[in-house]
Design a protein around this ligand. Structure first.
Ligand SMILES: [Zn+2]
Length: 465
């Protein structure tokens, strides 16, 4: 994949010898972005907080965070590249530019690439892969609260924009403006309890309206969608003492309220996320939904039909793989795509091994409609032999496994190459499984697109397997 990761150690000027700084370098086109994480020593924390700065020109915010975190401990993650707000990169001879706080949803990436340069699928893919990696670096699955650090220019982006009649009024569910305060210094939150607590302490606070907020691909929109409490600590450039005071008050509120994130599970796909029937995207896919038969690890039918659904952008991507394979006299057979959370739970009961089945408490990329299980077929639709069977839970399924006849390894490589060429991300333990870049933009869904009950053999009233 295009987002290449290199581990390296960078000095962190504001950190002391006790602070552990790690940096990972990501390549986006021809640009390098360092994601620098500093762990300030802390005693046991009641809530897991990640402090994050995504704009490289917002120095005041980073300094203020350092002032506070040196006292109380915590984890600060910063993007560093050129010292500019935006990231510029070239890809295939074309110049692109993004705002790194507009990359967390497909609509946001399209808008930022279009507004600042131009959109293309390859550019979208590398930016999406970077967004996924950045969220992984934040250890997003273990975080209770994201605290974003931002600075603004006087009177351009202010709390007043969110008041009734303001340019951003539809993004806000509630607004509390501090009388006589500087409207450039304010909190923007997704959690109603934190809204109240910060307003009670006399701060200007905006509560995001998750239902009506414009999908600009920002971290706040993404966190709102995923059910992760998010706080933006927004202050004017140079307001270091003011921003540190805001952060200290926030830390006190977090210790009091102890917000905990849970896994946000939705019953219907949100806007910008559509589950489509693969056969309607390209009728030439061979469909072999193993979980619609008894020939699978559970021994029972989990799906009511041999139909496979995927989130639309992943389905379109898979159709491009199919088109490129057709030129080689080959095609794809698809075993599974979108998987309702109820089915994930059934699989987990049979195979509670996270190397092969994702823990339903965390959710699988299949549950987001963004993972697909595939193999190769010839022009007649016959499966090409691979080093192991699909869903064989053994080392023979690993990509590193080489103790197999050369033609089988070559088939595996042909599949891997074709999928990677369209941006799909492989899984080291399963040669058949691929994630679409940008999978983190979609929530875990417990939807049933089949229009018929799942687990067709279950007796009425019987618990699902
Ligand atoms: Zn899979």
């Amino acid at each position: 994949m295009a987002a290449v990761m290199v581990a390296l150690a960078l000095p962190m000027p504001s950190a002391t010898a006790d602070d552990a700084t790690t940096a990972r370098s990501f390549v986006v086109g021809d640009a390098r972005i360092d994601v620098v994480a500093t762990a300030f020593p802390s005693t046991a924390e009641p809530v897991e907080v990640a402090f994050v700065s995504v704009h490289d020109d917002e120095e005041t915010a980073v300094e203020a965070a350092g002032d506070v975190l040196r006292d109380r401990g915590g984890r600060l993650v910063e993007l560093r590249h050129t010292g500019n707000r935006e990231v510029a990169f070239r890809l295939g001879g074309t110049a692109h530019r993004i705002d790194p706080n507009r990359i967390f949803t497909p609509a946001g990436r399209r808008a930022t690439l279009t507004a600042l340069s131009e959109w293309s699928q390859p550019a979208d893919d590398v930016v999406a892969a970077f967004a996924d990696e950045l969220l992984s670096t934040l250890a997003i699955d273990d975080v209770d609260v994201i605290v974003a650090l931002h600075n603004n220019t006087p009177d351009r982006y202010t709390a007043a924009n969110y008041a009734p009649g303001g340019s951003l009024a539809t993004d806000a569910a509630r607004v509390s403006l501090r009388p006589g305060g500087d409207a450039d210094d304010f909190f923007f939150v997704t959690d109603p309890g934190l809204f109240d607590a910060l307003a009670d302490r006399g701060h200007s606070v905006i509560l995001q309206n998750d239902a009506t907020v414009a999908d600009d691909g920002s971290l706040s929109v993404w966190c709102g969608r995923m059910g992760i409490p998010y706080v933006n600590v927004e202050a004017e450039h140079g307001h270091r003492a003011e921003q540190a005071k805001m952060l200290r008050d926030l830390v006190a509120c977090l210790a009091e309220r102890r917000p905990k994130r849970g896994l946000r599970i939705v019953a219907t796909p949100p806007s910008g996320c559509e589950l489509v029937d693969l056969a309607e995207i390209d009728a030439s896919f061979v469909l072999d939904n193993r979980y619609a038969t008894t020939d699978n690890v559970t021994g029972i039918r989990l799906y009511p039909a041999n139909t496979i659904y995927l989130e639309r952008s992943a389905a379109d991507r898979l159709a491009r793989v199919q088109a490129s394979l057709r030129g080689q006299g080959l095609g794809l057979k698809v075993f599974d795509g979108y998987r309702p959370l109820a089915v994930q739970k059934a699989l987990w009961r049979v195979k509670p091994d996270p190397r092969y089945v994702a823990d339903p408490a965390k959710g699988s990329r299949h549950n987001r409609g963004s993972a697909v299980d595939v193999t190769l077929v010839d022009a007649e639709g016959r499966e090409l032999p691979m080093p192991s069977a699909f869903d064989e839970f053994s080392e023979r399924s690993h990509l590193a496994f080489v103790d197999a006849p050369g033609d089988l390894l070559a088939n595996r490589e042909t599949l891997q190459k074709a999928m990677r060429a369209e941006g799909f991300i492989p899984l080291p333990t399963e040669w058949w499984h691929f994630d679409a870049p940008g999978w983190r933009a979609f929530p875990v869904m417990d939807a049933n697109p089949y229009g018929r009950p799942l687990f067709p053999d279950a007796k009425p009233g019987e618990a699902t397997p």
